[in-house]
Design a protein around this ligand. Sequence first.
Ligand SMILES: [Ca+2]
Length: 493
Amino acid sequence: MRRNGLSVARRRATGSTTARRRVTGSTTARLCCLSLVAVVSACEGEPRVAGAGDAALPGSPPRTPDAFRGIGHIDGVDAGEPGAAGGSGAPSGAGGAGGQTSPDWAPPLKLAFEPVPHDAPLLRATDLGFLPDGSGTFLWLDKDGEVHVMRLFGGRARRLGGYRVPDTFTETDAGLLSVAFDPGFAQNRFVYLGVTIDRQTNVIRRYRFVPGDGTATLTDAVEIMRVTGPGAREAWHNVGSMGFDEAGVMWALFGDKTLGAPAEDPASPVGALLRFIPRTGPEGGFDTPADNPFTASGGHPAVYAKGMRSPWKGLYHEGRWFFGDVGQDTAEEINVIDAPGLHFGWPRAEGPCETDCDGLTDPWMWYGRSASHRFVAEDPDAVPAGLRSVWMGAIYRPGAPGAENDPYLGRWRDVLVFGDWATGFVRGRRVGEPGEPGSAHQGRDWPVGHLHHATGFAQGPDGFVYATALGTWPADRETETPSPLLRAVLADE
Ligand SMILES: [Ca+2]
């Protein structure tokens, strides 16, 4: 847990000033942060669920624009059109100040999720990620602890083998939850798995992926990161999405273990985005980049951002992180991390802060539980549900291998796809260029499609984005339905 003195730049523009020692090149580095290592700690599902209708749930706070702070507008519950211009879906800043807005605005993305036949018996898929070797091989995680090693063959996916994480703790939303690949995978074959091992503890382990004669497997487990919530009596809110930035620094989201207060304590690694550099030796562990914000003041050296409740899915994109924070009673948040040391409010605030707001960063967007919210109303396939659980899906990576023939015709570039696990709406919103104050976003969001119980996204070497979802939920449900593998395709072509 000592600092190694590396200074890691966050911004794309400065990302080359430092490099992780084992990063072999920008292409390789980019390859790993791509794996949209999504993730999930799935699905909130607190006791409040109980199949109740929206009316049975606590109401959301009124939209009070004066209380909004930070960048951009916030979409409130049933707020109608957001304050930003561009109601048709066009970027609000198109052709705007200094020509700094994203070029070549394309028609809004509309997606359909086509089932891909497969032979994997997993019931509760939590994440998937393609090996960065162009083979079409991907790891598909089951909440129960099984890693299914799969490969795309034409229009199907076939199971090559698997690996069971023996000590997976699977209560509530806990389990085997996230996967990422090392920037140096081509040389070291390192794979990282995020897994819950007991009610209080999540770990990130490094494995070596060893393809065998038709039965690929994982070997040499080494613990890199351990995050414990001492005193946690509930299993909820565990390891979320994880990945790497361009400089080879690993990041990972961790829920608050339902502890509340530690989420805003810089000395605690729960309720936080952690940033660290996995050691490559057999002893495991990590070092931390010199620009993590709380090290000098006695905080946890890996903590980069705080104040999160259940950030089960997020993604890194060109110097910023976009993550969803699942609310307890009122608000599902979409947050942007664009500076070190931000505090996203929990447990002092859920949704935009209204009182005692000093030092807190409000969400970029948020939505509540109302069935008449436009996010739900604009999805004709929305599933009636009292629960909401926000997720972050993907932003298309046009520079990735296989993306030369972008099947989305440029429409997914710089577009954040997000949605709700419980109702199934999927929406898109264009993101602005990084490093421009006040322009983390552009325009408004629009309906993209529908995907129920979504849990993971990954861009494949064929250029398509693949998604997965829980097949069976809740965890103790007796009826078993396999998880789907889904190929995202343009819906209007
Ligand atoms: Ca918040």
